[in-house]
Design a protein around this ligand. Structure first.
Ligand code: UDP
Length: 481
């Protein structure tokens, strides 16, 4: 055990993720990273999200790793009463349709008082909470403990956010250059993240970050060094890069269980199907945990995948938009494609040797997970910061191919031919495709190196833990041991 780790027991850190898979999954991974360093880690979720968090935490707690300190789970009732017209039990953003997202966030803001009471009762040494809980900054200040902000996205998107906030140069609707970032990148109005149209929320999140101790980010220095430096340059900002956090899931069971609610009876069959395919021959298609395509789009995607001439695994989310009648049976019977309904074990699939490409909506977790697996991407952003992440993949690290033509209306249906063409550009040979594959392979190696002992993310986490220990010593420790 390292000296620093010994000296800190029992530092107590609380983790409070937004109730959405893309936020809960990485923040629980971060809790696991802290627990692996001997830190007493507590994850706070609402009861409706317990089935999602409990198995992962139980699995982690069963680890035999010597320095691992068991993770606690604390339940905070979800204020469903503010959601007059919605049934109980919906406590995760992934269970809301897009038009009800505002209701979800109303409930999230009603968590302020109960969460503050919970914090006062338990008096942790540090709080790591989601950027979407801006009120937690004051809660931490009132208790005299440091609060770290967890933003879902990586460093490049955070730099773009800074630029958009400072220059506000996109509102006239014309294409514009993102100012004051290391690369020259053009953007369009529709690519600006939604939060820039919710000014009061944007203001709250920004002010809350300024009051916080710093920012913890799921990325690694070597992936975006110019942005890692640039982001830290802002006066008064402290930032720690501790990813890719998905790499804390080493055992195959951890990868399989991550984020899912219950085991899927067909898991073994999917795996056998992948095992039957040559290395690098399958394209994996998934649009994350929230996005749903329209019926017309699903149809074109189905036809495009079939026309691409490549094997595919396609995760179809939701019940409304479905592939054409008979498609699923046809592609399965001829061994060309596999349709997964509901939740797919993404880390297992991306890490499978048969998978050679990923059609992705460019959520940050999916982006980083593909990079970590060394898989090049077809980029297909649909909303929020996904368009910014696409810029990163296609313009900065150059490991992705956009499914849309530059400037194409994002609400227009992408035709089957465009889908097939983008898939072929990533999966077929040729200099461009080989260049992308080589680059992403290099990043995958750097990602692993960053997370092992002595690597950049490992060391950043060590520095952060040391600093939290110092903060506690300066504050005189807390009342509860
Ligand atoms: N995910 C998964 N299986 C699915 C869909 C999503 O394991 O069928 C995981 C994925 O690995 C990632 C997260 O859910 O960790 C999605 O986060 P991301 O930021 O990519 O997108 P979001 O869902 O927030 O739009």
């Amino acid at each position: 055990m390292e000296e620093t780790t010994k000296a800190l027991l029992p530092l107590r850190v609380f983790f409070f993720p937004l109730m959405a898979p893309g936020h809960m999954i990485p923040l629980i991974d971060i809790a696991k990273l802290f627990a692996a360093r001997g830190i007493s880690s507590t994850v706070v979720v609402t009861p409706g999200n317990e089935p999602f968090a409990r198995p992962v935490i139980n699995r982690a707690n069963a680890t035999l790793f010597a320095t691992f300190t068991p993770i606690h789970l604390l339940l905070l009732p979800f204020p469903s009463s503010v959601l007059h017209h919605l049934p109980d039990g919906k406590e995760n953003l992934s269970t809301f349709v897009f038009s009800h997202f505002t209701d979800f966030f109303k409930a999230v803001f009603a968590l302020e008082q109960p969460f503050n009471d919970l914090l006062r009762t338990h008096l942790p040494d540090c709080l790591i909470s989601d950027s979407m809980f801006p009120w937690t900054a004051d809660a931490a200040i009132n208790l005299g403990i440091p609060r770290l902000v967890f933003h879902g996205p990586g460093i490049f998107p955070l730099c773009v956010h800074d630029s958009l906030k400072l220059h506000d140069n996109f509102r006239d609707g014309n294409p514009f250059v993102i100012r004051d970032i290391p690369d020259t990148i053009e953007m369009r109005r529709h690519e600006v993240p939604m939060i820039f149209d919710a000014l009061p929320l944007l203001k709250m999140v920004s002010e809350s970050e300024e009051k916080s101790h710093g920012v913890i980010t799921n990325s690694f220095y070597e992936l975006e060094p110019a942005y890692a430096e640039h982001y830290r340059r802002k006066p008064g900002r402290r930032a720690w890069y501790v990813g890719p956090v998905s790499l804390c899931n080493e055992a195959s069971e951890e990868k399989e269980e991550r984020g899912r609610l219950k085991p899927h009876p067909e898991f073994a069959a999917w795996f056998a199907w992948l095992n039957s395919k040559p290395a690098g021959s399958v394209v994996y298609v998934c649009f994350g945990s929230l996005c749903e395509l329209t019926s017309d789009q699903v149809k074109e995607l189905a036809l495009g995948l079939e026309a691409s001439g490549h094997f595919f695994v396609w995760v179809v989310r939701g019940e409304t938009a479905q592939p054409p009648e008979g498609f699923e049976e046809r592609v399965r019977n001829v061994g060309v494609g596999l349709v997964i309904r509901g939740w797919a074990p993404q880390l297992v699939i991306l890490g499978h040797v048969a998978v050679g490409g990923f059609v992705t909506h460019c959520g940050w977790n999916s982006t980083l997970e593909a990079i970590t697996a060394g898989v090049p991407m077809v980029t297909w952003p649909l909303s929020s910061e996904q368009f910014v992440n696409e810029k990163f993949l296609t313009k900065v690290v150059r490991i992705g191919v956009g499914v849309r033509r530059e400037g194409m209306d994002p609400t227009a249906v992408v035709g089957a031919e465009e889908v097939a063409m983008a898939v072929r550009r990533v999966m077929d040979g040729g200099d461009e495709a080989s260049g992308r594959r080589r680059r992403v392979g290099e990043y995958a190696k750097l990602a692993r190196a960053a997370m092992i002992k002595g690597g950049s993310s490992y060391m950043d986490l060590s520095r952060l833990i040391d600093e939290l220990v110092t903060c506690r010593a300066t504050a005189g420790g807390n009342a509860v041991g």
